[in-house]
Design a protein around this ligand. Structure first.
Ligand code: TXA
Ligand code: MG
Length: 349
C-alpha cells in the first residue's frame, strides 16, 4: 500500500476548504486508517463503528487485540452517545481540560462502537484533542475516530510525521503532517467509573491540575506497585524502548562518567541520554540531549524523539539521566521506567 504524505499548515486550517483533510476524512469514512497530529503525539485513526477499519489499526501497529483504543471526538455532545453515564466530576474535568490531553474512561453505551475498540471491556476511553488538524479531520469524517498512538507496538510514540513514516510507511493509507506535536507524551488517562477519579496513565494534565478542579484524585494501584495488574490494559506492555537496553542512572556527573568509562573499557558502545545542561560533561559513543532540565516541558516534548534517535547508531547500552517525579516529571519518569524495564544504576552515598 502506498502511504500518502499530506503536508498541512495548522495555522491555515480555518480556511473553508482543506483538500488534504477532506481526502483523509473520505478515506476514514471508507474504512481506511490515517495518521494525524494531536497536541500529544500522532494518532492512527479509523472510524469507530466499522470492525474492518478498527482491525486495520491493530494490524498496522502489530498491537495486541486486548489493548483498547481511545475514541477521539470533536464535539462534546458525542459523549452522550458513547457513554452510558458520566459522573459529575467527569463533566467538570471535561469542562476544564477539553479540548486537551486528558482521556476519560466511563461506562460505555452498548452497541454503538465496534467491539474491537474497547477490547471486550464495558467501559470506553474518550478524549477531545486540542489540535486544529485533528479536530478538522474528525469533524469532516462525521464520526468519532478510534486512535492509538501511530507507532509500531513497543516503539516510542511518534511526535513527528517522519516518526510515523519510519514505523508505518506502506502499512497505512496516509499521514497528515502538521509538524511537531506539542506536549510530546500521551494524554493522562483517568478512570471515571468510581466515586473518585483514578489516574491510570500520567500525562500532560497532572494530579495537581485535576485536584484543583474536583478535589480528591487517586493514583492507580499499578502505577504505585509494579506487581498490581493494570486496569488500563496498555500499561502492562513494554513500551517506548529503543533497540539497545536502557538503564536509568542517578548520581553526580563524575559518577555517571565512571560508569560510562567502565562499560567502554569492556568494549561496549555506550549512549547517554543527557540534557542541554549536562551533555558537555560526558564522553561516550553517542550523547543525545532530550531537552532542558530547567524547562521540564521541553523534556516531555523531546523525550520520544531522543529515544528514537539512539537507534541510528549501533549501541550496546544506553544510560539515561532521570528527573524529579513532580508535575509533568511524573509522566516522564513513568515512560522512562518502562523504557528501562525498571533497571536502575544508583550512586550509593
Ligand atoms: O495522547 C494520547 O492519548 C494518544 C493520542 C493519539 O490521542 N493516544 C494514545 O493511545 O496514547 P494509546 O492507544 O497508545 O494508549 C491508550 C491507553 C492504553 O494504555 C489503553 O490500554 C488505555 O488507554 N485504554 C483505552 N481504553 C481503555 C479502557 N476502556 N479502560 C482502561 N484503559 C483503556
Ligand atoms: Mg501507544
Amino acid at each position: 500500500m502506498e502511504t500518502t504524505h499530506w503536508i498541512v499548515d495548522k495555522q491555515g486550517i480555518t480556511h473553508e476548504h482543506y483538500p488534504q483533510i477532506e481526502e483523509a476524512a473520505r478515506l476514514i469514512r471508507k474504512g481506511e486508517v490515517i495518521a494525524f497530529p494531536t497536541e500529544t503525539v500522532y494518532g492512527l485513526g479509523g472510524q469507530v463503528q466499522m470492525d474492518k477499519a478498527v482491525q486495520k489499526i491493530f494490524t498496522a501497529k502489530g498491537r495486541p487485540s486486548d489493548n483498547p483504543l481511545i475514541v477521539h471526538i470533536a464535539d462534546r455532545k458525542d459523549v452522550d452517545h458513547l457513554a452510558q453515564s458520566v459522573p459529575n466530576y467527569a463533566e467538570a474535568l471535561m469542562d476544564s481540560f477539553w479540548p486537551g490531553p486528558l482521556t476519560i474512561i466511563v461506562p460505555k453505551q452498548e452497541g454503538v462502537l465496534s467491539e474491537l475498540v474497547t477490547a471486550g471491556l464495558h467501559t470506553v476511553a474518550i478524549r477531545m484533542p486540542d489540535h486544529p488538524v485533528a479536530l478538522a479531520l474528525i469533524k469532516e469524517a462525521g464520526v468519532p475516530v478510534a486512535a492509538p498512538s501511530a507507532n509500531r507496538s513497543g516503539k516510542p510514540s511518534p511526535t513527528t510525521a517522519a516518526h510515523v513514516l519510519d514505523d508505518l510507511s506502506g502499512r497505512i493509507a496516509g499521514v497528515l503532517d502538521g509538524g511537531d506535536t506539542g506536549v510530546g507524551l500521551e494524554s493522562t488517562v483517568v478512570d471515571c467509573t468510581g466515586p473518585h477519579p483514578i489516574i491510570l496513565r500520567p500525562g500532560g494534565i497532572t494530579q495537581t491540575d485535576m485536584e484543583a478542579v474536583v478535589g480528591k484524585v487517586k493514583i492507580g494501584g499499578a502505577l504505585q506497585n509494579e506487581k498490581d495488574v493494570p486496569k488500563s490494559p496498555g500499561m502492562k506492555y513494554t513500551h517506548y524502548a529503543p533497540e539497545a537496553p536502557l538503564y536509568l542512572i542517578e548520581g553526580t556527573h563524575s559518577f555517571i562518567q565512571e560508569q560510562i568509562d567502565e562499560l567502554r573499557a569492556e568494549g561496549k558502545k555506550v549512549g547517554v541520554m543527557a540534557t542541554e545542561e549536562s551533555e558537555h560533561f560526558y564522553v561516550a559513543d553517542r550523547i543525545i540531549s532530550c531537552g532542558r532540565r530547567h524547562d521540564i516541558e521541553s523534556v516531555a516534548k523531546h523525550l520520544y524523539g531522543a529515544l528514537r534517535s539512539f537507534n541510528v547508531s549501533s549501541l550496546d547500552v544506553i544510560l539515561a539521566e532521570t528527573f524529579p517525579s513532580e508535575g509533568v516529571g511524573v509522566a516522564i519518569m513513568n515512560r522512562l521506567e518502562k523504557a528501562a524495564g525498571h533497571r536502575w544504576i544508583k550512586e550509593v552515598d
